[in-house]
Design a protein around this ligand. Structure first.
Ligand code: PLP
Length: 366
């Protein structure tokens, strides 16, 4: 086993996928959002279990991510969420990915690429109902559809919109976005197999109006609730644990400083332990002098600044080199949750798990 690693609990992942699937009516399909390597958890492994649990498709941010899933053998629809430039279209067509197009995309280039490959490409039409990121506005849907109809190698597969505030306590803006989405849908050629989608994780939990015929949960697959303003909660389990081991133990004498900048000075003789993970691994540097870890089930505060590859914690006399350190997850009676780490770092759980890229993933079932 490596000294520092990310433990991914496949049973917890399966539990969450099942809870989400069971929360939605049978007639609503669900895809697994596995962008950014499944928010750091491993896209191939996550999607494999999602398929076993009855999920019908995957969503990724970029064509390269979709290509990797195809090369791993997945044959389900793979939706790319980000708008393609011509370079992306080539790869998207090669790997049979479902790409989004709005009224800013170069459809001539796309048609040429599809025609050149001898394929009819499935495209999605994202609608901008208030996020102001990508998508055609509802009032521009008619002319855009008319234009799209002139490209015989681009086939309209469905539509989606993305809510900006579904995880807020006040749902009025999200509901207004869904009304705008309805206006857009009313102008589309809706057949039985036309895909309509707007539910992110918060929509899945709190907003039945957003379910349509395809839900797109991301973060809840991995354990956190979408925010602490949610009206309802699903019974979810954290999937990721961050494990390391003490490499060095020493006495820090009263008056001595520790780490870069000497930002922590011992006010009495104390023991410190060194942990071989740092900000280059994605452990946030802003946890310097703020975060805590578990050793022997007990909390140990970080002392001094987090370095690129290591940091130091205050420990008691029992701690020795080789002891297991938990940066995130359970150990004995103790637990440091992903939500706690994110809160202390002043960010959201998504950013924490996406950033943890250098340490290897170890998959367990327990
Ligand atoms: C990331 C993303 C999702 C998933 O969002 P969560 O809040 O993690 O559930 C769904 N749809 C789009 C368009 C996204 O970009």
């Amino acid at each position: 086993m490596p000294v520092s690693y990310m433990e991914i609990n496949l049973n917890a992942l399966r539990h969450n996928l099942r809870v989400i699937r069971q929360h939605l009516p049978k007639e609503v399909n669900v895809l697994a959002v596995v962008k950014a390597n499944a928010y750091g958890h491993g896209a191939v492994e996550t999607l494999r279990i999602a398929m076993e649990e009855g999920y019908t498709a995957a969503a990724v941010a970029r064509v390269e991510e979709g290509a990797k899933l195809r090369e791993a053998g997945f044959t389900c629809p793979i939706y790319v969420l980000g708008l393609p430039l011509p370079e992306d279209m080539l790869m998207g067509v090669k790997y049979d990915l479902t790409l989004p197009v709005d009224d800013t995309v170069d459809l001539d280039a796309f048609e040429d690429i599809a025609k050149g490959a001898g394929k009819t490409v499935e495209v999605m039409m994202p609608i901008d109902t208030g996020m102001n990121r990508i998508g055609t506005h509802p009032e521009d849907v008619k002319p855009f559809l008319k234009k799209l109809a002139g490209y015989p190698h681009l086939h309209l597969h469905g539509t989606w919109t993305h809510m900006a505030t579904a995880d807020c306590k006040d749902k009025s803006a999200a509901l207004k976005q869904l009304d705008r989405f309805d206006e857009a849908i009313a102008q589309m050629p809706v057949t039985d197999d036309f895909v309509i989608s707007s539910a992110n994780s918060a929509g899945v939990i709190d907003i039945p109006k957003s379910w349509h015929n395809l839900a797109r949960p991301g973060i809840i697959i991995y354990g956190p609730q979408p925010s602490d303003e949610m009206e309802h909660k699903l019974d979810l389990q954290y999937v990721m644990r961050i494990v390391s081991h003490v490499t060095h133990v020493q006495t820090l004498h009263k008056g001595e400083a520790i780490g870069y900048g000497g930002t922590y000075v011992a006010d009495k003789d104390m023991k410190t332990a060194t942990v071989p993970i740092g900000y280059a691994d994605g452990y946030p540097r802003c946890l310097s002098n703020k975060g805590e870890v578990l050793i022997g089930g007990k909390r140990c505060p970080i002392v001094g600044r987090i370095c690129m590859d290591q940091f130091m914690v205050a420990v008691d006399d029992s701690v020795k080199p080789g002891d297991e350190v938990i940066l995130m997850g359970r150990q004995g009676e103790g637990e440091i949750t992903l939500d706690e780490v994110a809160k202390t770092a002043g960010t959201i759980p998504h950013e924490i798990t996406c950033d943890l890229k250098r340490i290897p993933r170890v998959f367990v079932e327990k």
